[in-house]
Structures are given as C-alpha cells and as structure tokens.
Design a protein around this ligand. Structure first.
Ligand code: PD2
Ligand code: ZN
Length: 282
C-alpha cells in the first residue's frame, strides 16, 4: 500500500529540522510511526529541498531548477552509460562535482582531436552585455564547436553523456574542443549566464540557463592544466579519457561552481566541453 506525503507531514519534517533534530533521528521517528524507509527519505529530501529553496528565494536568490545528475545512490563504483561502463572516481556535494574515469576511450580522444584540428581558432566568450561573442584575455585557448549530432563519434559521446547524467541530448550545446599551449589558461568563471547582464535574456531564448558542464580530458599535458574550483580548493587532474562534471541549480555564486582551467606549464592540453541547458537548445 502506498503512503501519501501530506502537507502536514512536510511541515512537521521542516519543524523538526529547524529545531535542530538530526536527519537520522527524524528518520527514526518516522519509521517508528510506521513510515516505509524509502518513502520517509524521499519525504525528508523533497521537503527540506523545497524549504531551503523558499528561503533562498525569500533572500533574493534565483529559484533552483532541476539539474543533470548521475544515479549515485549506494555509491556505485561504475555506472552504465549505455555503450560503456564509466567509473565514478570522486563526488562532492557542494559544489556538486563528480569525476568520472574512462568516459572516453583513448581512440575516441584521439579521433576528437584529429576531427577538431583543422577547424581551430581563438576561443571566444559570450558577451553578456550584448548577447554576442568576444575575444577575452581571460580565455586564451584555441577552440571549435561541433554541431550537435554532427558525426557518428559526436552522437555516440552525446548519447553516453545523456544516459550517464539522465539529461536529454537535445538540452546539450554542441561539443566544444579546446587546445591550450603553455601559458594559456581559462581564468576562474561561472558557466551560467549572469541574470543581471543585459544580454542574458536573448541568450536564454535558446534553451534557458546552463545548468551543468562536462569537461572531458583528451590528452595529458606534462605539467599544469588542471580544472580548479577555487571556492573549495579543489583541482581535478587532466587525465586522458576522464571527465569532470559539475552542476548549478541556480545562476548564483552560492553554488560554489567557480572554476577555471589552470595555466598549462609544459606540454599541450586538449579538452572537450559540453554545456547542458535547462531546456531544449536549438
Ligand atoms: O579547460 C578547462 O579545464 C576548463 C576550465 C573552465 C573548461 C571550462 N571552464 C569550460 O569549458 O567551461
Ligand atoms: Zn567553464
């Protein structure tokens, strides 16, 4: 028999939590009064998430939206990404960062680099003042975009990411390939579009906000070139075939998703980036 999560139950959960009772003790009381454990956990998670969101919005933050998220219940070592088994190497809750091992094969990394090479040019950044694109000293890489679904390889990788992160292929921007030579970097930034910039509304017409990023490492620089998260002093090593995923449920620094591509010190760095939107990107 299914148990109904009522408004009264939600209010009771929030009251318990704000009174300082631990999640474990609230769960225990619910189980003692006959609640199924899975239903109780779901009720607690959704009630507290909703409560936190209401508080954030009351303080003037943008509302939270659903984001891509791998299925990490019970801490699996591997995930089924459809045509490939991908390792979960580490996961952090705040900011939401997950490092994957073997998202791409060595052959796929090489093939992406070769397909991108003839089309590389100086990377641009979105000019949020106008909604156009501009050259920016903060981003000194060379790069190119594939169209979504442009080649069999691109389609295969896009389908794999969609399955891994449970997010529709059509919400993804095209894969971007970037090359960094020594001295080049991507200074720390947020990938979402600043809601207060005048160009942002026109950018949002194509699929809404960005809500997640996948950075895939295609080769290994000799030194430097990690992906850094300065708010939490985290650096992800650029290991070929691996990838770092992070998500941001509101376009706000409180997500702690400030991140950058550290300067390459020796060798070259090649990555492929996929940005995921809230809705269908066209
Ligand atoms: O090159 C990177 O590691 C990097 C750093 C920051 C990539 C991106 N941002 C990005 O593509 O958004
Ligand atoms: Zn970025």
């Amino acid at each position: 028999m299914s148990q109904q999560i009522t408004t009264e139950l939600r209010q009771w959960i929030v009251t318990q939590a704000t009174a300082g009772h631990s999640a474990e003790s609230v769960l225990q009381s619910m189980k003692s009064s006959g609640w199924d454990e899975d239903v109780a956990i779901e009720a607690m998670e959704s009630s507290l998430r909703e409560h936190l969101n209401q508080q954030a919005v009351a303080q003037g933050l943008p509302p939270a939206v659903p984001v891509p998220e791998p299925e990490l219940t019970d801490s699996p070592l591997y995930l089924d990404a459809g045509d490939r088994r991908v390792a979960v190497l580490s996961a952090m809750a705040m900011p939401r960062v997950v490092v994957f091992g073997g998202l791409l094969s060595d052959e796929e990394c090489d093939a992406l680099i070769e397909a991108a090479k003839p089309r590389m040019s100086r990377s641009l950044t979105v000019a949020t003042k106008t909604g156009g694109e501009e050259i920016n000293d903060d981003r000194t890489s060379q790069g190119m975009f594939f169209q979504r679904g442009e080649t069999e390889l691109v389609r295969r990788i896009e389908a794999r990411i969609a399955k891994l992160l449970r997010w529709p292929v059509h919400n993804g921007e095209g894969i971007q390939v970037l090359q960094y030579v020594p001295g080049t970097e991507y200074k720390p930034h947020f990938d979402y579009f600043d809601p207060d910039e005048p160009g942002t509304p026109s950018i949002l017409k194509r699929g809404g906000q960005r809500v997640g990023t996948v950075v895939m490492y295609l080769n290994e620089p000799e030194k430097g070139g990690g992906t850094t998260f300065p708010n939490v002093f985290l650096e992800v090593a650029p290991k070929r075939g691996n990838a770092v995923f992070f998500s941001y449920e509101r376009p706000h620094p409180s997500t702690k998703t400030l991140h950058g591509g550290a300067p390459v010190i020796a060798g070259e760095k090649w990555i492929a980036t996929k940005w995921l939107r809230e809705g269908e990107f066209r």
